[in-house]
Design a protein. Structure first.
Length: 414
């Protein structure tokens, strides 16, 4: 490890590695120590939309996840306003402070402000990333403001967004930011896109770990097929190192494997913490029009409307799948048991009368929010079970007990 600059209260310690799955990568457990206390991985990170889901369902249940991550995508118009006008900074700061107050019991709390890399279908301007690649002055202001925003909000670590630049440029930026952030007594966590070209990916990860001594690194999730060399590098190089990887914007489920939860096969591919990507428009009042507008008077539209509740998906711990509520995997008693909440009677009625959500927008939203919050709670507890198997060197037994997991792991590595 390289020499640390500045003071930090964060540490990552490898606990156990299980390499008894010869045709897959090793799985492992870590202990991550923060100023708020230690926690173990693999584990799920709670996102802002999952906290909001809890608030729409129940105020009594505590979020179990020790990690909280808010990802805010910044398009070009927002970027231009953020770096050139005074007004946007204060309201954005207040929103970040509010989220981290809501997530105050998490041991590790992060806000990532990530520039968009693709064109919005409803937009005609360049992606924010394209502008930052070509305008060094705007890039420097953006990074200064992002760091200062988190510092003002009292955050530690400071999440540094990924900038898609050649390593010759990105390396210098990383070194300068690491020096300035650690000189404040704060911990930086740099995010790297898993789709970054393989040689450059290895260079930046090695820079962070070998030269700068980073133990916490963020990854912007990509499917294994999009970055096999990078996944292989992480798994083979760092499986027995005291470095933790947080995978952000993870797909909720993988349709290639019959809706298997993506987070639950990632422990076998080099990541330690997993944050699911928030769906577009979730909790936005505009995302679900009133039923009268959706139906539009036609029988065909009415059938579409009646199918709404059937499309809501719940996580099933036994199969590790995220399936529609009308599938054979759904069991309301299992959902209630996973929640362990004082609101059992209220939630039981919600599930029993779920068809009412087809005509009642408020009930639809409540049921949809329950599916997201239930998944967070249930998934977090499932990772607790997985850790026990890994610590005992019996990850193979765990995989064999999840009939949908073993064939998926074998197929992904082909």
């Amino acid at each position: 490890m390289g020499e640390r600059e500045g003071l930090t209260s964060f540490a990552v310690d490898l606990q156990s590695t299980d390499d008894n799955l010869p045709y897959r990568y090793p799985s492992r457990t870590l202990t991550i120590t923060t100023p708020s206390g230690p926690f173990e991985t693999p584990t799920r990170a709670a996102t802002y939309y999952e906290y909001r889901s809890r608030m729409q369902v129940t105020a009594k249940t505590v979020v179990d996840s020790p990690v909280a991550l808010s990802v805010r995508k910044m398009n070009f118009r927002q970027l231009d306003s953020f770096v050139n006008k005074n007004q946007p900074f204060e309201p954005l700061l207040r929103r970040i402070e509010l989220y981290h107050h809501i997530a105050q019991y998490a041991r590790l709390r992060l806000t990532l402000i990530q520039p968009t890399a693709t064109v919005d279908p409803q937009d005609t301007v360049l992606p924010a990333m394209t502008v930052l690649q070509s305008d060094a002055s705007m890039r420097d202001r953006f990074l200064r403001f992002v760091v200062r925003l988190q510092q003002e909000a009292g955050l530690n670590p400071i999440a540094v967004p990924f900038l898609d630049l050649p390593f010759s440029t990105l390396g210098s930026i990383v070194r300068d930011l690491h020096k300035s952030i650690t000189s404040l007594g704060l911990e930086p966590i740099f995010f790297v896109d898993l789709r970054y070209p393989d040689k450059e990916f290895k260079n930046v990860i090695s820079l962070l770990t070998e030269e700068l001594g980073s133990q916490l690194i963020g990854l912007i999730y990509r499917r294994f097929s999009q970055a096999p060399v990078n996944y292989d590098f992480l798994s083979r190089t760092y499986s027995e190192r005291d470095v933790a990887f947080l995978s952000a914007q993870v797909d909720r489920f993988d349709m290639r494997f019959d809706d298997l939860s993506t987070s639950h096969y990632l422990p076998f591919f080099g990541a330690d913490m997993y944050a699911v990507e928030a769906p577009e428009g979730f909790h936005d009042e505009k995302d679900v029009p009133p039923p009268s507008e959706q139906i539009g008077g036609s029988q065909q539209d009415a059938r579409v409307e009646m199918a709404r509740v059937g499309r809501i998906r719940f996580f099933d711990r036994q199969s590790l799948k995220v399936k529609p509520i009308d599938s054979t995997f759904f069991d309301s008693e299992n959902v209630l048991g996973d929640m362990k909440t004082e609101d059992r009677e209220y939630l039981s009625q919600m599930l029993e009368n779920r068809e009412e959500g087809n005509s009642d927008q408020k009930k639809y939203r409540a049921l949809n929010s329950l599916s997201k919050f239930h998944e967070l709670q249930s998934s977090t507890r499932e990772f607790q079970d997985l850790r026990k198997y890994i610590d005992e060197g019996s990850a193979r037994v765990y995989v064999q007990g999840k009939t949908s997991l073993e064939p998926a792991l074998a197929d992904i590595r082909k």
